[in-house]
Design a protein around this ligand. Structure first.
Ligand SMILES: Cc1ncc(COP(=O)(O)O)c(C=O)c1O
Length: 308
């Protein structure tokens, strides 16, 4: 297990020859952007997630599209922070109820932290439905996760994945927006491309290149294998670490991270050292958030390509 300590991209080296073939194809096609590989990646991710999917140059591009469409950022939204649970490190339903009564929010960002899904996602989604709150899921860590058969992005009005270099599977840079709203899909396609062709949407350039999308096609195919590998490693780690995130029955994590609550010598660092309210200089009473920021560490759990 020694090699697990060294950072490795979530990429299977057996896919290198296929990637080179795809890139040769793209070079010859004279279509380096807005081409068939972007469509293939979107179709593959859409099948994986069970929702229509739009590729972006980053998570941030997809998030801006969803915010602009569903929340109208220009309306001058104010951000209020909600505490997390110490169990799942995600939004606390109890604190959300308090914050929803106090602030009557238009939208909620639910960040699935660490590789599993927020344990209270069902209650959170029900509260959002009842109160007309737009639910945005940050799925940047949640590739391959399942909660009673549902994937990240399937509760919300939109879910956004990241394929940044450290993620469970990666395209170097990249993002994918998934949504059940057909209007948002159409909006997002224009948003990522300066609002073309009719400029009814105010967009910028958040397009994904075809070379990146080819990586995404391969990553989507390999994802189940990469997640299974990480689950096998996690099962071994479970025997070594008692004070850790414990998944409830029915939760399958993609193990972006393996998180423990004791300081360990081989930690790859924290998911986050500094909570958002500290970064923003806000005085907020978020005791669990402060506790988690100070008391979690990550055991190395990087995918290694099997060698025959
Ligand atoms: C939870 C979370 N959300 C969003 C992002 C941003 O993703 P991107 O770098 O693709 O914009 C990250 C990090 O990459 C993240 O960890």
């Amino acid at each position: 297990m020694a090699t697990l300590a060294r950072f490795a991209i979530g990429f299977d080296k057996r896919d290198v020859p296929r990637l080179h073939r795809y890139w040769d194809e793209i070079l010859a096609s004279e279509r380096w952007t807005e081409g068939p590989f972007t469509e293939r990646f979107e179709e593959a991710w859409s099948r994986h997630c069970g929702l229509p999917a739009v590729a972006f140059a980053s998570w941030a591009g997809g998030a801006l599209a969803a915010l602009a469409y569903l929340v109208t950022l220009q309306a001058g939204a104010r951000v209020e922070l909600v505490d997390c649970n110490r169990t799942d490190l995600c939004v606390s339903f109890t604190d959300l109820q308090r914050a929803a009564d106090q602030h009557r929010p238009a939208a909620l960002w639910l960040v699935h932290i660490g590789g599993h899904l927020a344990f209270e996602v069902e209650q959170i989604a029900a509260l959002c439905r009842d109160r007309g709150i737009v639910l945005l899921e940050d799925c940047a860590h949640a590739h391959g996760a399942l909660w009673h058969g549902k994937r990240a992005g399937q509760w919300g009005d939109a879910g956004i994945y990241s394929f940044y270099a450290t993620k469970t599977v990666s395209t170097g840079e990249g993002g994918m927006l998934v949504t059940p709203h057909a209007d948002l899909t159409a909006y997002a396609r224009k948003f990522r491309n300066y609002g073309k062709p009719d400029y009814a949407v105010h967009g910028l350039n958040y397009r994904m290149s075809e070379f990146t999308a080819a990586l995404g096609v391969l990553a989507t195919e390999r994802l189940p294998e990469i997640v299974e590998y990480k689950q096998r490693v996690a099962a071994q780690l479970d025997a070594q670490y008692a004070n850790r995130v414990r998944l409830p029955e029915g939760m399958i994590s993609g193990y972006y991270k393996y998180i423990v609550f004791d300081k360990i010598p081989n930690s790859t660092g924290k998911v986050y050292d500094t909570p958002c309210h500290t970064i923003l200089g806000q005085k907020a009473d978020l005791p669990n958030t402060d506790w988690v920021a100070g008391h979690h560490w990550c055991v190395p759990i990087y995918y290694q390509t099997p060698t025959d």
